[in-house]
Design a protein around this ligand. Structure first.
Ligand SMILES: Cc1cc2nc3c(=O)[nH]c(=O)nc-3n(C[C@H](O)[C@H](O)[C@H](O)COP(=O)(O)OP(=O)(O)OC[C@H]3O[C@@H](n4cnc5c(N)ncnc54)[C@H](O)[C@@H]3O)c2cc1C
Length: 505
């Protein structure tokens, strides 16, 4: 007998945990989380590189209904985030429903049985009435395809697979990549290594990180008067939102992102005196085309005598060196890959998902443009919710995305239960209208109006369309999830037609 559960969630990161909490709140407690890793936490379980920390203030980076008054710093280190994940799992009784080392390979809709059949690597399949993919946007590491990389004789470490025993003291290290991870990693490596060469393809906009230790009195205040933390969070959310206001509403408020860009330029100027080095570190694309990041030590690291910035493209890797196209040979013994994640080739979706009439989601997205309804659902995929979908990512704080999606799940599944509907599926019309509206709004963003040609940003898919970020303010996205007309979904069996207002949650 194949095991059957009411709901299966793929991924035990914050997204999967949020989905689990939503299911409990909706009255569905017969669910499992299938997780390929041996532990929970997603991003914060996998990434352990030196320097790992949140890249937005921790005041905002947590579930709003489960604030943590005990962050040690304004930008909490990664290990504290992992502890917070553990805390949430225990507090909301999620852990007992998690199954680790369960890698999902494929899921297909069984029309006759009205359920999802979920295939697992090296295990028996299970079936579920609802399938929720919480596989994250940044969970499929990108390993660069560089000629000769397999022949390298020294140590190779990817930032998502950090070797805790690795000692970089006195080594000749190289870092490939200058994205958000590299901004955190590079200053730490420079502190230990005898020499460090950083291979940069695309510079990154960096703004100052106003970090500080959280004073004891503030933590005590947050503990004793939780409302104060709520207010502090709101203020911080507003600040974060203002950082990308001009990015999302570039047509109306492009001056705001140009202002931030000018601030970032000034910051670079204050950190690096050498004009040639400064030029190399200055992005040639508009602020916001790529996720900006915060650091006080990144730029300054390049001014250290033992650190070299190499902007000449890599031609090949040899057993003891990296050789650039112009023939410069950098001898190294440790190669650190901060090459990020592959989103568009392998992550939409992260597994093979086959819906009604044999529709393969990955294939269909690639042949029909990427899209979703409210960042969550796609027609012909009944009872399926994908939390890492195109137009799903909202704002700079991932929790705004997760919590908006939790509202979506609760409303739709709550309504399905209320009606006793065995299946629920977004209509083609709702999907088309939502995608068309998002595409129109993208026309107003920096992605269309700015100069993003050289950004190589994961906000853009392989066809050059900016279909990752939901091009609206976070508060608007949240409000829409609370208010969209549930007639966007078809609940089966066919319900007697009621006024849309009557079926609003
Ligand atoms: C280094 C780093 C720092 C970040 N810092 C911030 C930050 O400061 N602020 C912010 O807002 N965002 C940040 N992010 C983005 C971050 O990914 C999100 O904030 C959030 O943690 C994502 O949660 P998630 O559950 O959606 O995805 P993830 O945390 O990626 O979890 C997805 C889970 O799905 C599992 N999975 C994937 N495929 C399968 C499969 N086939 N079978 C079974 N399990 C599978 C993975 O193992 C993983 O555990 C950061 C990302 C990275 C990589």
């Amino acid at each position: 007998m194949t095991e059957h559960v009411t709901a299966a969630i793929i991924g035990a990161g914050f997204g999967g945990m949020g989905a689990g909490i939503s299911l409990d709140r909706t009255g569905i407690d017969d669910w499992v989380i299938l997780e390929r890793e041996p532990d929970l936490g997603g991003t914060w379980q996998v990434n352990r590189y030196p320097g790992l920390a949140v890249d937005i203030p921790s005041l905002s980076y947590s579930f709003s209904f489960e604030p943590n008054p005990d962050w040690s710093r304004l930008f909490a280190p990664g290990a504290e985030l992992k502890s917070y994940c553990d805390h949430v799992a225990d507090r909301y009784d999620l852990r007992r429903r998690m199954r680790f080392e369960h890698t999902v390979t494929e899921a297909h809709w069984d029309e006759a049985e009205e359920r999802w059949v979920i295939e697992l690597s090296d295990r028996e399949p299970i079936t579920a009435t609802y399938l929720i993919a919480a596989t994250g946007f940044l969970s499929q590491p990108r390993v660069p395809d560089i000629d000769g990389i397999d022949t390298f004789a020294g140590t190779v470490i990817h930032s998502t697979d950090w070797d805790a025993t690795a000692d970089l003291t006195g080594t000749r290290a190289a870092v490939i990549g200058t994205g958000a991870t590299a901004v955190q990693l590079i200053p730490e490596v420079a502190r230990q290594a005898e020499s460090l060469t950083v291979f940069q393809r695309t510079p990154i906009w960096v703004v100052p990180r106003i970090d500080m230790e959280m004073p004891g009195w503030l933590r005590a205040l947050f503990r004793r008067a939780p409302l104060t933390q709520k207010v502090a969070r709101k203020g911080n959310d507003l600040l974060l939102e203002s950082l990308i206001f001009g990015v999302v509403h570039h047509r109306q408020a492009g001056f705001a992102s140009r202002l931030v860009q000018r601030g970032a330029q000034r910051f670079l100027h204050s950190q690096v005196r050498d004009p040639a080095l400064r030029r190399q570190l200055t992005p040639g694309y508009s602020f916001g085309c790529k996720r900006p990041t915060f650091s006080n030590s990144y730029f300054r690291t390049f001014t250290k005598p033992h650190v070299t910035l190499e902007t000449d493209p890599i031609a090949r890797v040899e057993p003891d060196a990296i050789v650039t196209e112009s023939g410069t040979r950098h001898q190294i013994d440790t190669l650190l890959l901060a090459t990020g994640f592959n989103l568009w080739d392998v992550n939409f979706p992260a597994i093979t998902v086959v819906g009604r009439d044999g529709r393969d989601l990955g294939k269909w997205w690639r042949e029909n443009r990427f899209g979703s309804f409210q960042g969550v659902s796609v027609p012909a995929f009944p009872n399926f919710f994908s939390l890492a979908s195109p137009f799903g990512y909202t704002g700079l704080n991932y929790f705004t995305t997760i919590e908006a999606e939790m509202v979506h799940l609760s409303r739709v599944l709550g309504e399905a239960r209320r009606r006793g509907a065995p299946t629920v599926e977004v209509t083609e019309t709702a999907y088309d209208e939502f995608c068309a509206r998002m595409r129109r709004l993208v026309e107003d963003t920096v992605f269309t109006l700015g100069d993003c040609a050289t950004a190589r940003s994961y906000y853009f898919n392989q066809h050059g369309e900016a279909t990752l970020l939901r091009p609206t303010a976070s508060w608007r996205a949240h409000r829409e999830q609370q208010r969209f007309d549930l007639a966007a979904y078809r609940f089966s069996p066919a319900q007697s037609r009621s006024e849309p207002s009557a079926i609003r949650a």
